[in-house]
Design a protein around this ligand. Structure first.
Ligand code: NAI
Length: 252
């Protein structure tokens, strides 16, 4: 691999890295020479994931919604493993319900995981990155922030919030050499996508019909984009939201 795309010597914290897209990001980052720390709520899947990822992978059990623990999480990683060069805010949850049936508790739960926790963890990491004048923060957005998808009001609002955060943080952190970007995955084959689609063939066909490439993405497609955006090859790239979607965002 051209060293400009290498992540050798870099440590990435990937939330929700035990499964799906987060796990693929971890795999691709390790293949690019990086060291990863994955987090999640349950120890067993994290242990299994780390066993498969190999010696440059570490895990810490952490629930991102416990905001008061995020500062300690970052402190723990930085003292036991090393400085976090790359933060990937991947952990996320979805809920499919008509807007009129979404309770305040439902709405809050999605926003809390997908937006409030992303901010708190980003602040904890960015504080240190700003002091070191180096770092890359990556958000995982969604097509739900790009166009109207029915029955995901809280999810769409949370991902639109994440897109807004990319812009504001870019305007604040760029002078400290800390980059902030998002990847907006199209429809990617993971447990989350299967849950949303399996009982709803109309939705599945609609998603496929407006994907010009004609097939759903694989988690690795997001993983390689994450490698690029975290590498020195992207050192002048900040404030962008990169669709990795087989053309879905501009599909007819
Ligand atoms: P997934 O359900 O397979 O993975 C989500 C991960 O987040 C899991 O490892 C889960 O344990 C973790 N997680 C959830 N709540 C957590 C919490 N409170 N604390 C710590 N970890 C937590 O789903 P998938 O598809 O891999 O999603 C990953 C990200 O990609 C999410 O942010 C999702 O919104 C986003 N995304 C996925 C798309 C898809 O088509 N699969 C499309 C667009 C965005």
């Amino acid at each position: 691999m051209n060293p400009i795309f290498s992540l050798e010597g870099k440590i990435a914290l990937i939330t929700g890295g035990g499964s799906g897209i987060g796990n693929a990001i971890a795999k691709c980052m390790i293949a690019a020479g990086g060291t990863v720390v994955i987090t999640g709520r349950r120890e067993t899947p994290l242990q299994e994931a780390v066993a498969e990822l190999g010696e440059r992978a570490h895990y810490v059990v952490n629930d991102v919604t416990d905001l008061s623990q995020l500062e300690a999480l970052v402190e723990h990683i930085e003292t036991t493993i090393g400085s976090i060069d790359v933060l990937v805010n991947n952990a996320g949850i979805n809920m499919k319900k008509p807007a009129l049936e979404v309770s305040d508790e439902d709405f809050h739960r999605i926003i809390h995981t997908n937006l409030s926790a992303v901010f708190s963890l980003t602040r904890a990491c960015a504080k240190r990155m700003v002091a070191r004048q180096s770092g890359s923060i990556l958000m995982i957005s969604s097509m739900a922030a790009y166009y109207g998808i029915d029955r995901v009001v809280a999810y769409g609002a949370s991902k639109s919030g994440v897109e807004g955060m990319v812009q504001v943080l870019t305007s604040e952190f760029s002078k400290f050499n800390v980059r902030v970007n998002a990847i907006a995955p199209g429809f990617i084959e993971t447990a989350m996508m299967k849950t949303a689609m399996s009982s709803d063939p109309d939705r599945m066909n609609k998603a496929l019909d407006r994907t010009p490439m004609g097939y759903f993405g694989k988690p690795e497609d997001i993983g390689w984009a994450a490698v690029y955006l975290s590498s020195d090859a992207a050192k002048y790239v900040t404030g962008v939201s990169l669709p990795v979607d087989g053309g879905n965002s501009i599909g007819f």
